[in-house]
Structure formats: structure tokens, C-alpha cells
Design a protein around this ligand. Sequence first.
Ligand SMILES: Cc1cc2nc3c(=O)[nH]c(=O)nc-3n(C[C@H](O)[C@H](O)[C@H](O)COP(=O)(O)OP(=O)(O)OC[C@H]3O[C@@H](n4cnc5c(N)ncnc54)[C@H](O)[C@@H]3O)c2cc1C
Length: 459
Amino acid sequence: MSRPQIVWLRRDLRLADQPAFQAAGSAGPVIPVYVLDDERPGSRQMGGASRWWLHRSLAAMDAELRRHDARLILRKGDVVDQLVRLMDETGAACVHAVRHYEPWWIKAEADLAKRVSLRLYDGNYLVPPGRLKTGGGTAFKIFTPFYKALLNDGGPRSPVAEGNLAFADAWPESDWLDDWKLLPSSPDWAGGLRQAWQCGEAAAQAQLADFHDRAKDYEEARNLPSVEGSSRLSPHLHFGEISPAQAWHALEGMRGEGIESFRRELVWRDYAQNLVWQRPDYPERPYRPEFEGFPWRDPKGDDRAAADLLAWKAGQTGYPIVDAGMRQLWQTGWMHNRVRMIAASFLIKHLLIDWREGERWFWDTLVDADYGNNGANWQWVAGSGADANMFVRIMAPLSQSSKFEAADYIRRWVPELASLGDAVIHDPESRPSGYPPRLIGHREARERALAAWQVVKSS
Ligand SMILES: Cc1cc2nc3c(=O)[nH]c(=O)nc-3n(C[C@H](O)[C@H](O)[C@H](O)COP(=O)(O)OP(=O)(O)OC[C@H]3O[C@@H](n4cnc5c(N)ncnc54)[C@H](O)[C@@H]3O)c2cc1C
């Protein structure tokens, strides 16, 4: 009789195309384990919206495992200590896990490997970070050559089906998920999240199937906030309820701009992780050193900046498209990509507040909050990243709003403006009662931002 095998789960909460399950299953009866470790990530403990998603995803995983007469073992505490203890309790031979690249996970994997037999597998990215190299043998810093190299490499491997898994028949003790208190209670702010999302592997597959029918229109529709044009797979991909290879290959045989463009976005996810792989603190400090001395307005020392930051978070800036996005984020844990760019640009360039303040707010409020994607995109907007939009290209929120036909989106998320017509809603001259004046005019903000940039440039 072969010894049990532990599958250590993190952001890979699926059974299909999950190499740790496959490898463990062929070695012996499997015991799937999730350890909640709030210490190792330090200041990168999961935010509120992520914790909400995690609860639902773990519950879905456990329900699915019970259909196989198995279960998900939950433990809390230092992940290495907990896994070592579980090995002792169960007599397991080995821990199998999908490799993760956040710095705290790299450290945990190294610590665990010193104490038990640990096997790591690639599976959460199209191509393992660091594998693709430039002609000079270095890692890629710029997106387009990275993308081309990935295509030239043959694209991602084909996904692997779930297969026949044999699970253990004796189970160690498990915590109760409810005891972890991942869901908010007083106040319960998650009503909008419950309405917006179904979590877990089956829900991710259903979302992918739904997108399949819309994929051919993706290229244009993805930019229109009023339309359901993108896949909305991001939290499922973040928690690994679906693998990017599954998303990529689901469109096999389909042709057209929409398909190419969707796959290209999946490659942005790989690219972001590739940056974190090269510089693990990428989301914590500007990649371009000249930004270290940027004269940001500091909400800690300047009351006006503090009030502006609060207004931005609450969707009360007086710019309808920004406010719609920030309220969509607060209510559903997600924001349309085009609006994320506009809202982020507004914080950084109109309000002249350090991108890291915005990154932190998104970290807490997004259900897809992702160390690589969030940091890379905030730095892209700020202009401080490896491959970034230039700082001096300042997005005009009002013309972006009309160009991308955001009227219905604004009506939905800013009800004070719901009665306004398409021609005026992007920039209402007279403010309906309850809707705030603009925090700052566009021209004034632009001039202030460019002046701040001059300080950096001349230093
Ligand atoms: C300031 C800012 C912060 C962001 N923070 C995050 C974050 O924390 N987590 C996150 O997953 N995405 C983040 N994004 C990227 C993007 O907005 C979301 O991935 C996308 O909106 C998710 O919706 P979707 O699944 O419908 O995307 P689709 O358009 O359907 O794209 C498919 C998948 O490709 C990936 N993807 C798409 N665009 C990007 C991108 N620009 N960078 C990296 N991957 C991408 C995502 O995994 C996405 O699910 C951020 C963008 C900005 C501008």
C-alpha cells in the first residue's frame, strides 16, 4: 500500500489541469490541504475582498472533493510548521504543490524543502516565469518581445484533464472554515459581491463557456464599460480555479482579432509575473529610480491630499467615469479594465498621489487583487514601470468617458446622474443634488502634474 501524498493548495484551487494533484495521485492516496498563514505575507496579507473570495472558493473545493468521497483539510498558522505536522500525523511521503512566485511563497517553499520531501510543478502561468529569454540570454523587460517569444515558443502546453484521483481513506483533523472568519460580519459589506460572483472551479468553467460565445467580439467590446465585453475570469485565474492554459486552449480553432487579443491579455498576466520573478519587490517601489524623488502630495502630511484620497476611494471626485469605477469596485470587488486605467491615472496625475496608495486600495478591495498584475499595472499607468505609459501622457477622463461610450455604465453606478442624457452625463455642467463638484479642473491638474514632472526631470 503506497503512503499518502499531501497536495498543498494555494492559488491553484482546481482539480483539472492541476499538476500537483496529477503527480500526487499517481504516487499514492491524496490528502488536499489549505493552510491559512497570515504571518508570512507580512504587509501583503490578503485584503478583505480576497478573503471573501477565498472562503467561497475553499467551500466550493471541499464540496467538489466530497463528491469524490474526499475532503479539504484546513489548518491555520505557519504554513511550514503546519505541513510538517500533517506529514507526521498522516505518515505522508511527500508534499506536492504548484510553484508560486510571490516572495513570501518562494521563501516558504525553500523553508519547507529543508524539512520534508517537496515536489514543485509549474501550472499557474502559460509559461513558467524566467523560462523565456531574450537573444542575449536575459529575462524580458518589455512586453511585446516577451509576447512574441511566447508565441514563437509554441504557446502554452495543452491542459490536462482531471483524471482518476485516489484519495486517502483516513483523514486528519481539519479546522472549520467558518471559524476562520474570512467573511465580513459587522458590517456585512459583501452583498454586492454575492450578487456579482459565483466562486469555485465549476463557476470558472461556466464563466469561460459564457465568454466563449462572446470572444469573437472581444477586441472592440473589451474597451466599452457599458457592455459585458471581457471574460471576467480574473478572480478565477487569480485563485487558480481555472488555469490560463485552459482559458487559452478553450478558444482553439477560433480565429479573428478577438481571439488573438484575448490571448494577448493572458500573456500580460504572465508578463507581470515575469517582472515580479526578476524583481520580487516590483509592486513596492518604482522600477525607474527617477520616480523615487517624485514630489507626490502626501496624504499623511497634507489634509487636502488626505481628503482627495478619501474622495477617490469613495467615488466622490466629481468626475462621473472615475466615480462610477470606484463605486463598481467597492460594490462588486471588480472594475472594468479601461476604467481601472482612468481611475488610476486620475489618482496619480490629477490628484498627484503616489501610485502605491492606489495599489494598496485595490489590494484590499479587488476580488482579483494580484501581487504581479496589480503592481505591474499601477506602475504602467504611473510611467514608473519597466514597460510603461509615459508620465506626461495624461488621460483626460471626460473625453475617455465619451469616447468609450460609458453613459450607461455611469447611470448604473452613479444613480445621482441617472436622469442625464448621453450628451451631458460625462461632464454635467450643473450638478444634480448630491453629486459633488470636481476636486480639481482637468487643465489645472494637467499643469500641476507636468510641473511636478519637471522637478523629477531636472533633478
Ligand atoms: C491600475 C490597474 C490595476 C490592476 N490590478 C489587477 C489585479 O490586481 N489583478 C488582475 O488580475 N488584473 C489587474 N489589472 C488588469 C485588468 O484590469 C484585469 O485583469 C481585467 O480587468 C480583468 O477582467 P477580465 O477578466 O474580464 O479581463 P479580460 O479582458 O477578459 O482578460 C483575460 C485575463 O487576462 C488577464 N489580463 C487582462 N488584462 C491584463 C493586464 N492589463 N495585466 C495583466 N493581466 C491582464 C487577466 O487575468 C484577465 O482575467 C489591473 C489593471 C489596472 C489598470
